[in-house]
Write a protein that binds this ligand. Structure first.
Ligand code: ZN
Length: 65
């Protein structure tokens, strides 16, 4: 059995294999692309196509610090 770890996109709620998503970490209230998946903190997986929407997404979430 092949296990593919799936993550849900935080923006559009679509389930996708981890490799198809990019991880964003909120650092000091700002989204930072965690390309190497090494940053600690609250991470969000999103489709690559949402790159331009991350700021908006963060505001909707009302994430502070
Ligand atoms: Zn998405």
């Amino acid at each position: 059995m092949v296990s593919i770890s799936e993550r849900t996109c935080s923006v559009c709620k679509t389930k996708k294999p981890k490799g198809k998503l990019v991880r964003w970490v909120i650092i000091e209230g700002k989204p930072k692309l965690d390309a190497k998946k090494i940053l600690s903190g609250r991470g969000y997986y999103c489709c690559k196509k949402h790159k331009g929407n991350i700021d908006k997404f963060i505001k909707i979430k009302k994430i502070k610090k």
